[in-house]
Write a protein that binds this ligand. Structure first.
Ligand SMILES: [Zn+2]
Length: 399
């Protein structure tokens, strides 16, 4: 692999889904018929594509449809979350072949990396896929990251991470190339791969995890930023009268919009009928789920807490969309599914009122099509990008 034109052709075949003939490929890629013939011969020999039937279309030779061989290459995607690690094995079409999740071992980063390597092995062995067909491992982690050193800098609830060269240690432990990507950017890549909206799809992805982050896709490609840390929006102020934040301001996203902040608000509003205060990750998760269940059962106090949360996340979203002028907004991340009902009811109209371009168009607001595993799936897609996509191929996998 590594040949630019080869990547262009493979990506065109993947995007088509149903496959393309050599003539259609030449038109789609603007490569010469001879180049297409040479490259598709190599791809056929390498097992990346196969001939899938002939179509007779008027006079002349019948056209042979070329289709992706989905099980010719695979990628592992890992989502590192403070509470849970999710692992997926994707085939070359981006479909999930196998999935595993394990609790994130507390406190010790070395144990986390060990557990990661062991689970990756279990994932591969359990799938029966030959290791030589695995292109690499993508790890989605909370930012900011030091991409040069391959480390996670200072993730919330994961003490001591800045000392761990995650990429190197994991590459050594698994014998596979490893790429590190922000969870938010991974999610946007997963969305791009799965939805196939259009070649010039542009959207803001608002990621609802333990922390809140944002990602940007522009013209069908994830925008990563100079240090690949785009979307660190935790200290944008969304409620000037809100709680004070460790940064010295009041009402930042981090102390207003995160699951922990929403749970605290619900506790103050008496939603749980006690005066306990959740402090650890597990209790916050459990209470957050209960809050969303109460809201689904139309408990007034619970609904009001989530409506407030929706209003605050809209302030953030409007700041992003007014700045970036995209086609649509996508919400996702591990906490999205539980919030989707209330957020999709509340956010579109609020966002429209706050939109600088409301006279021109209404911004569509959707949930991700990938589901709860969007971080892990996206991390796997980052690896597949390096196999398939000409635009991303220069970014990574320097093994
Ligand atoms: Zn702050």
């Amino acid at each position: 692999m590594g040949d630019f034109n080869q990547s262009v052709i493979l990506e065109a075949i993947r995007q088509s889904g149903e496959g393309l003939s050599r003539i259609e490929l030449a038109t789609a890629t603007r490569l010469s018929a001879q180049t297409v013939t040479n490259i598709t011969r190599r791809l056929l020999e390498g097992g990346f594509i196969r001939e899938a039937g002939r179509t007779i279309n008027g006079p002349g030779k019948p056209r042979v449809t070329l289709r992706l061989v989905a099980d010719s290459r695979f990628a592992v995607g890992v989502h590192l979350d403070p509470a849970l690690m999710t692992f997926v094995l994707l085939d070359l079409s981006g479909a999930i072949v196998r999935r595993l999740s394990v609790r994130t071992p507390a406190e010790d980063p070395h144990r986390i990396v060990e557990a990661m390597a062991t689970t990756i092995d279990a994932l591969i062995v359990g799938s029966g896929v030959d290791r030589s067909r695995i292109a690499g491992v993508g790890v989605a982690a909370p930012g900011p990251l030091d991409v040069e050193k391959g480390t996670v800098i200072d993730p919330p609830k994961l003490v001591g991470w800045h000392r761990v060269p995650l990429r190197e240690v994991l590459a050594e432990a698994t014998g596979l190339p490893v790429v590190l990507e922000k969870d938010t950017t991974s999610a946007a890549v997963g969305e791009l791969w799965t939805r196939r909206e259009s070649a010039d799809d542009s959207f803001v992805f608002v990621y609802l995890g333990t922390g809140i982050g944002a990602a940007l896709a522009r013209d069908g490609e994830a925008v990563r930023g100079s240090t690949r840390n785009i979307g660190e929006i935790g200290h944008i102020i969304v409620d000037p009268d809100g709680p004070s934040c460790s940064c010295g301001s009041r009402g930042c996203v981090e102390v207003v919009c995160t699951p922990q902040a929403i749970v605290e608000r619900a506790e103050r509003a008496g939603v749980f009928g006690d005066d306990r205060r959740a402090s650890d990750v597990a209790t916050v998760h459990e209470r957050f789920s209960r809050l969303c269940e109460r809201a689904a059962e139309c408990d007034d106090a619970a609904v009001e807490v989530l409506r407030q949360a929706a209003a605050h996340i809209t302030v953030l979203t409007a700041a992003l969309t007014n700045m970036l002028d995209v086609d649509r907004v996508v919400f996702g991340g591990p906490f999205w599914a539980r919030l989707a009902d209330v957020y999709l009811r509340e956010i579109p109209a609020r966002l429209d009122r706050a939109s600088a371009t409301r006279a021109v168009r209404t911004l569509p607001v959707d949930g991700t099509v990938v589901g709860d595993d969007v971080g892990a799936v996206g991390a796997g897609c980052v690896v597949l990008d390096s196999v398939l996509s000409p635009r991303a191929s220069d970014l990574l996998l320097d093994s």
